[in-house]
Design a protein around this ligand. Structure first.
Ligand SMILES: NC(=O)c1ccc[n+]([C@@H]2O[C@H](COP(=O)([O-])OP(=O)(O)OC[C@H]3O[C@@H](n4cnc5c(N)ncnc54)[C@H](O)[C@@H]3O)[C@@H](O)[C@H]2O)c1
Ligand SMILES: N[C@@H](CCO)C(=O)O
Ligand code: NA
Length: 434
């Protein structure tokens, strides 16, 4: 059979990685897909130094690829949402299948794109968009299709985890670690997406849809980044047997679905606690499978290309099968998506780590305990660091049991009003993940 022709849009980190993997593993790929995959044309603004495009037609206009009648599959790797959306819709309108690594595009415009793709009977595949090389979309959409999924929690931003690890284990500065992540090709074009949790929120949006059968709702994700994590809190957490990781958490309950991205304490014996550097990991809890952990490289040239090429293989395989039997974009049939609401953060439930700067006299601890008790908040443990007293203030560290966010907010407000407490109470959510 003659090869399938693909057009690659964008020859940056992921574009170059994809071209390299397609070239390097051409034989294996053709054996798996049943047909060869030929890169017929590339749209680029600049050539990535780590790839060879000799003999391949090029253009600087991505829309040329969308309208090139020779091309069967358009691979969108330019990033951003505006041109990418127009490009993907144009390709779909031309009856072309699409593979993309663009989580922002899918999280923000996925509902529209999937509807158009269904109308036109084409595939839009996006495995590389979540957790890089880990086949997490396929695992949840296909491998766990028999389960009712209760929750999932994951380290889903490679740059953020790389920065936290470099700061915690190698004593690097935030700026130094971010620069290194950028040089390695991990970071988004605008690294604030990584640092402020937006990229993780894009990915969590996609994971939640696939896990729970809800439309993509990026605007409902509660998002905090890694900027507020201090060395002191990392140390206190460690002393209590926890690590601080930046997690995306999606949990389905009777009243609604929690979608939240924030720094989180997790017990240090959990496998997730040892996922370091650019590695990502997603833990999924289903009624039948129990807990399953998926771990691997979350970003980078080859790891991401692995997922892009897997999608290309899937599309090539599907080109020879009955279209009615294709897997739906969000795992559930489009008409079967539920309207189960996403909860505001006030209604989400978590345990908490609180750090209070307290005056060094015995009455303060009693006052703190009284306020928590008034708000019906149980204390799991308390630690006071007398040795770290500065200006008569002693750090008091508390771990609470699970409680609704609204209630802890009220308690924190009352604690901050105590005469014996100085400044803001530091609060980090804690998940035991069991
Ligand atoms: N880098 C990773 O590890 C990684 C992992 C998973 C997903 N992604 C996603 O993959 C996409 C690409 O990321 P990247 O890291 O390769 O970015 P990049 O900045 O390295 O590459 C993007 C390339 O697209 C080109 N480009 C942009 N607009 C264009 C246009 N209109 N016409 C032609 N070329 C254009 C740029 O010149 C650049 O070379 C993004 O959506 C990103 O979120 C990246
Ligand atoms: N910037 C993203 C790329 C992979 O999606 C990250 O660091 O995880
Ligand atoms: Na993936």
């Amino acid at each position: 059979m003659k090869p399938v022709n693909v057009g690659i849009c964008g020859l940056g980190t992921v574009g170059a990685g994809t071209l390299n993997v397609l070239t390097r593993n051409a034989g294996e790929i053709a054996r798996r897909a049943g047909r060869g995959i030929n890169v017929a044309q590339i749209a680029l603004r600049s050539k990535h130094p780590k790839c060879d495009i000799e003999g391949i037609a090029t253009t600087d206009d991505v829309f040329v690829l969308a309208h090139n009648p020779q091309i069967d599959i358009v691979v969108e790797l330019i990033g951003g949402v505006d041109t990418a959306r127009e490009l993907v819709l144009a390709a779909i309108d031309q009856g072309k299948h699409v593979v993309t690594a663009n989580k922002a595009l899918i999280a923000v415009h996925g509902n529209e794109i999937f509807e158009r793709a269904r109308e036109k009977g084409v595939i839009v595949a996006f495995e590389a968009a979540v957790a890089g090389g880990i086949p997490i979309i396929k695992a949840i959409r296909e491998g766990l299709a028999g389960n009712r999924i209760h929750w999932l929690a994951g380290i889903i931003n490679g740059t953020g985890n790389f920065i936290l690890t470099a700061m915690q284990q190698q004593g690097k500065s935030f700026a130094e670690a971010l620069l290194e992540a950028q040089q390695l090709g991990y970071a988004e074009a605008d690294p604030r997406f990584d640092v402020e949790g937006i990229d993780a929120a894009h990915k969590l949006t996609i994971l939640a849809s696939i896990a729970f059968g809800i439309p993509l709702q990026f605007d409902k994700v509660y998002t905090e980044g890694i900027g507020q994590i201090t060395r002191a809190d990392v140390n206190y957490a460690e002393a209590l047997g926890y690590r601080i990781k930046h997690l995306g958490i999606a949990r389905s309950g009777a009243d609604g679905i929690e979608l939240r991205v924030h720094p989180t304490l997790i017990p240090d014996e959990r496998l997730l606690a040892d996922v370091d550097g650019v590695m990502n990991a997603v833990m999924v809890s289903g009624d039948a499978v129990g807990q399953a952990l998926f771990c691997g490289a979350g970003a980078g040239m080859d790891a991401t290309a692995s997922a892009v090429v897997a999608d290309l293989v899937d599309v090539v395989r599907a080109l020879t099968t009955d279209p009615e039997n294709r897997v739906p974009h969000l795992a559930f049939q489009p008409e079967a998506l539920s309207d189960h609401p996403v909860l505001p953060i006030d209604q989400c439930e978590s345990a908490y780590y609180l750090r209070i700067q307290a005056q060094d006299h015995p009455g303060v601890l009693a006052e703190v305990a009284r306020i928590l008790s008034t708000h019906n908040i149980n204390i799991e443990s308390i630690m006071q660091k007398e040795a770290e007293e500065i200006d008569g203030l002693v750090p008091m560290i508390l771990l609470t049991h699970r409680v609704q966010e609204a209630r802890i907010n009220q308690a924190i407000g009352a604690l901050e009003n105590l005469a014996g407490v100085n400044g803001k109470v530091v609060r980090i959510r804690l998940e035991t993940l069991d």
